[in-house]
Design a binder for this molecule. Structure first.
Ligand SMILES: Nc1ncnc2c1ncn2[C@@H]1O[C@H](COP(=O)(O)OP(=O)(O)OP(=O)(O)O)[C@@H](O)[C@H]1O
Length: 363
């Protein structure tokens, strides 16, 4: 493999563009001051496709999602291009008036903490109805309220009519996240963006909420971008996975392929770290050596090279993207040649098999 040119490098996870594309992200950079926090991120999500985005804390996952939503924090600037099907302007650089017409309609989101998405002083039925009325999905208040109750039923809240009259503080964390999901799905978005939507929930309700999310997008044929640290969640909920590190996509491909036959050394490390059955000689869980550097302090060339046991001199230059299929590839000079022994399972451990997306769909 050769080193990538300094200009216009390509993470290769994108495609040339087809009518099936819901989201096309091209050469996305996010910078603060002169520092790049996300660099040359390039990917496509097709209609109805569920794509996981994984990587350790500080890899740039949330900033990528926030760029798509036009919700970057003050002071951070995105460049590149983010195109959404049915929207005739680029989302990068779009003003708030344009973005607020897109958000909650073509594209919706579920974040980790449901309270940040809810108005604590408004009954939840009204909050859902407002989303339907603002985007003119329902012609009047009465039909919007009826639709709100129906949506609360779809996300599994018992007694949805009573739930519509309650305030957010009257719900448990899991129930609040269901309400947020009802709001997000209200206008049948073409793309649902989820950023750790189950992480703050009780372990016992995580699986149920995840199931509702997957079912909700499948019923609407919506596409999904799902950010998580949890590889088992990706194995359950997604068809394709992108691995981010140091602000870049370092590997991408179908979930089963990437998890059973990772090419990038970083992906291999993440899978090893998720394996609860493997411990080192002192009985500790295996982790990736070293830690994620602060933003702007990743090494030049391969961003993972200072933590990679396989790194050589060539890794000081930037690896170019090696495509392994239409939506898969990796950027590594020393790719892993052997598949991992057994796939990551839903429980996070290896050895019990991995749920396929078809299986997840039946849930
Ligand atoms: N407002 C900001 N100003 C400066 N740096 C920021 C800002 N927001 C995020 N960063 C930095 O950008 C990098 C990427 O952050 P990001 O939140 O996208 O990571 P992440 O992969 O989503 O992590 P996590 O899984 O912890 O959410 C981190 O180093 C973070 O500290």
């Amino acid at each position: 493999m050769t080193a990538a040119p300094d200009t216009a490098p390509d993470s290769g996870a994108g495609s040339s563009g087809s009518p099936d594309d819901v989201l096309a992200v091209r050469n996305l950079d996010v910078a603060v001051g002169g520092r790049k926090l996300v660099e040359d991120v390039d990917f496509t999500i097709r209609a109805g496709e569920r794509v996981g985005l994984i990587g350790e804390s500080g890899s740039g996952k949330s900033l990528t999602a926030l760029s798509v939503m036009g919700l970057l924090p003050e002071g951070l600037r995105a460049t590149g291009s983010v195109r959404l099907a049915g929207v005739d302007h680029d989302l990068v650089g779009a003003d708030e008036a344009r973005m607020s017409r897109v958000r909650g309609k073509e594209i919706a989101m579920v974040f980790q903490e449901p309270m940040t998405a809810l108005n604590p002083t408004m009954r939840v039925g009204r909050q859902i109805a407002e989303v339907l009325l603002v985007h003119r999905t329902r012609p009047d208040r009465a039909s919007a309220r009826a639709a709100a109750v129906e949506l609360l039923a779809q996300v599994g809240l018992p007694d949805p009519a009573a739930a519509a009259h309650a305030y957010p503080h009257q719900f448990s964390g899991g129930q609040r996240q269901r309400v947020v999901l009802a709001i997000a799905l209200a206008n049948d978005p073409a793309l649902l963006v989820c950023d750790e939507p189950t992480t703050a929930l009780d372990v016992t309700v995580q699986a149920r909420v995840l199931d509702l999310i997957v079912r909700g997008v499948q019923d609407r044929r919506s596409a999904m971008l799902f950010i998580t640290h949890d590889l088992a969640v990706v194995a359950t909920a997604c068809e394709r996975v992108m691995v981010m590190y140091g602000g870049r996509v370092v590997e991408s491909g179908p979930v089963r392929e990437v998890f059973t036959r990772p090419r990038h050394r970083y992906t291999q490390g993440l899978i090893g770290a998720s394996d609860l059955t493997v411990v080192d000689e002192r009985g500790r869980l295996v982790t990736i050596g070293g830690s994620v550097p602060p933003a702007g302090q990743f090494p030049a060339g391969c961003v993972f090279r200072n933590r990679c046991a396989s790194a050589t001199e060539v890794c000081a230059t930037r690896p170019e993207w090696v495509p392994t299929g239409p939506d898969s590839g990796y950027a590594c000079f020393h790719p892993v040649s052997e598949p991992v022994s057994e796939p990551v399972s839903e429980s996070g451990a290896r050895g019990t098999g991995m749920t396929t997306n078809k299986e997840a769909g039946r849930g």
